[in-house]
Ligand binder design. Structure first.
Ligand SMILES: Nc1ncnc2c1ncn2[C@@H]1O[C@H](COP(=O)(O)OP(=O)(O)OP(=O)(O)O)[C@@H](O)[C@H]1O
Ligand SMILES: [Mg+2]
Length: 412
C-alpha cells in the first residue's frame, strides 16, 4: 500500500501552480471543497457585478456519470436560497425530484399530448418593436427548418419565411407554427408582390421549408409546439422544468429542445422584473449537433446578458461545441463564440481523445490537461475568467435524493 502523502497547500500550490488561487470571495453559494484549501463559493451574478466575469454564463463538460447534472441540480437548489429562479430544459426527465422539492411539477411534453408551448410567443407588450419580434421569429423558424433540412436555407427560402412571418403577425396576435406553415404554402398576393414574384413562385420558394416545419405541426412531432401556449402552464413557481424525455430518442431532439428554449426565453422576458434567472439546458450537445440551431442558441446567449439571465449548458465533450458535419471555419467560430460567451467552464473528466481539443479550446496548461484525464466523480477543474480551481462538489444528505440518477438506472 502506498503511504498517503501530505503537503501544505502552499507546497501544493507550487507543485500545481494553476490552482494556487485564493478563491473567488465568500459571496455566493457553496459548491464544495477547493482541493487546494478551503471551501469553494461561486456566484455568477456577483462575479459579473464585481467585474471578475464579463458574462454570467457557464458550460459544464464531462463524461457520462461524472456528476454534471448532480452539480447543476444542487447548485440551482442552493441558489434558490437567494431567491434566484431556475428554468430547465430537461431532455432526460431527471429534474422532477428537484421541481417537487420546490413544490412544483415539471411540464412534461409528449407528441400528440395535451400540453402545448408556442415557441413563437412574443416577449411581452412594449418589450420589443413589432419588426424586432417578427425578425426574431423568422430567425428561429429558419434555424429550425435549416436543422431539419440539414443545410442552411437559401436566400429565397429565408425571404419566404420572413414574408410568411410578417403576414401571420399582421393577421394574428398569437402567431403559431400551423399559421406560418399555411402562409408559406399559400402566400398572399401582397407578400409575393413585395419581392416582385407571383404567388406560385413564392410558394415554390418556401415549399421545402414549409414541409419541414410541417413535421412539428402534422407529423410525428405534432402536439407540442404547434399551437397557443396551454393556459394550464404555470410559470409562477421558483423553478420551471420542461421535461422532454418522451422525445429523448427522437432524431429531432435538438430541434425540440430549441423550441423549448425559445419558449422559455420569451416567457422569461415577459416576467423579467422578477430577478435573476438561471436557464439550464442539460444535454445541450443535442442542440449543438446541428449548426442551424446551435447558431440560434449562441445568439440567444448573447442577448440574454441584458435580461439578467445566466445560461448553463451541459455537454459531454469539448468537441460537442463544434457542430457536426460543417465546414471547419464555421465550427471554429461557433465554438469560440459560445466559449467567449461563457466565461465559467466546469470541466469534469475527459476521455484521452478529447484532451488535446480541450487544451486548445479552453487554454489548459500541461498540468491541467493531464489532470482532466483522471478526475474522479464529482471533481472538476473550474476555469472562471482567467483563473483555475480544482473543486470537489459536495452533496448534502437532503440533496442526494434530488440528484440520484444511479437509482433510476438500477430500477430500469
Ligand atoms: N459530488 C458527488 N458526490 C457523490 N455522488 C455524486 C456526486 N455527483 C454525482 N454523484 C452521483 O453520481 C451519479 C451520476 O451523476 P449525474 O447524473 O450528475 O451524472 P452526469 O455527469 O450528469 O451523467 P450523464 O452524462 O449521463 O447525464 C448520480 O446518481 C449522483 O448521485
Ligand atoms: Mg446528466
Amino acid at each position: 500500500m502506498v503511504a498517503a502523502h501530505q503537503a501544505t497547500t502552499r507546497h501544493l500550490g507550487a507543485a500545481y501552480p494553476f490552482a494556487a488561487e485564493p478563491g473567488l470571495g465568500g459571496e455566493g453559494v457553496l459548491v464544495g471543497r477547493d482541493l487546494f484549501g478551503g471551501v469553494f463559493v461561486y456566484d455568477p451574478f456577483v462575479l459579473y457585478r464585481r467585474g471578475v466575469l464579463s458574462n454570467p454564463n457557464m458550460v459544464v463538460f464531462g463524461q457520462i456519470g461524472r456528476g454534471k447534472s448532480a452539480f447543476v441540480k444542487s447548485y440551482l437548489w442552493r441558489q434558490s436560497v437567494f431567491g434566484r429562479r431556475a428554468w430547465v430544459v430537461d431532455p432526460k426527465g431527471e429534474y422532477g425530484p428537484l421541481a417537487r422539492a420546490w413544490g412544483t411539477e415539471p411540464i412534461a411534453l409528449h407528441p400528440g399530448g395535451r400540453l402545448r408551448l408556442n415557441p413563437l410567443d412574443a416577449p411581452g407588450q412594449g418589450e420589443e418593436s413589432a419588426e424586432e419580434v417578427a425578425r426574431r421569429r423568422g430567425e428561429l423558424l429558419c434555424s429550425l427548418a435549416g436543422a431539419g433540412l440539414a443545410r442552411p436555407l437559401t436566400p429565397a427560402e429565408r425571404t419566404a419565411v420572413e414574408l410568411a412571418v410578417t403576414e401571420v403577425s399582421k393577421r394574428s396576435d398569437e402567431p403559431t407554427l400551423p399559421l406560418v406553415v399555411d402562409a408559406l404554402l399559400a402566400p398572399t398576393p401582397e407578400a409575393a408582390a413585395t419581392v416582385h414574384i407571383d404567388r406560385a413562385g413564392l410558394a415554390a420558394d418556401g415549399r421545402s421549408v414549409a414541409l419541414e416545419l410541417r413535421r412539428l405541426v402534422a407529423g410525428d412531432l405534432r402536439g407540442m409546439f404547434d399551437g397557443a401556449t396551454s393556459p394550464s402552464v404555470s410559470l409562477g413557481g421558483p423553478v420551471v422544468v420542461l421535461d422532454l424525455s418522451a422525445v429523448y430518442h427522437s432524431a429531432a431532439l435538438g430541434i425540440l429542445m430549441t423550441c423549448a428554449a425559445a419558449w422559455l426565453q420569451s416567457s422569461m422576458r415577459r416576467g423579467r422584473n422578477s430577478g435573476p434567472v438561471l436557464l439550464v439546458v442539460d444535454e445541450a450537445w443535442a442542440i449543438l449537433a446541428n449548426l442551424g440551431v446551435a447558431r440560434w442558441l449562441q445568439s440567444s446567449w448573447k442577448l440574454s446578458r441584458a435580461w439578467g439571465v445566466a445560461n448553463v449548458a451541459v455537454l459531454h465533450r469539448v468537441s460537442d461545441l463544434s457542430a457536426a458535419g460543417v465546414a471547419g471555419s464555421e465550427q471554429v467560430s461557433l465554438s469560440q463564440g459560445l466559449l467567449a460567451d461563457s466565461e465559467t467552464r466546469v470541466v469534469y473528466a475527459q476521455p484521452p481523445s478529447e484532451r488535446a481539443g480541450a487544451t486548445a479550446l479552453l487554454g489548459l496548461s500541461e498540468t491541467e490537461e493531464e489532470l482532466v484525464g483522471r478526475l474522479g466523480r464529482g471533481v472538476a477543474l473550474w476555469k472562471v475568467g482567467g483563473r483555475a480551481f480544482l473543486v470537489q462538489h459536495r452533496l448534502s444528505v437532503h440533496e442526494r435524493p434530488l440528484v440520484d440518477t444511479d437509482a433510476r438506472m438500477a430500477a430500469g
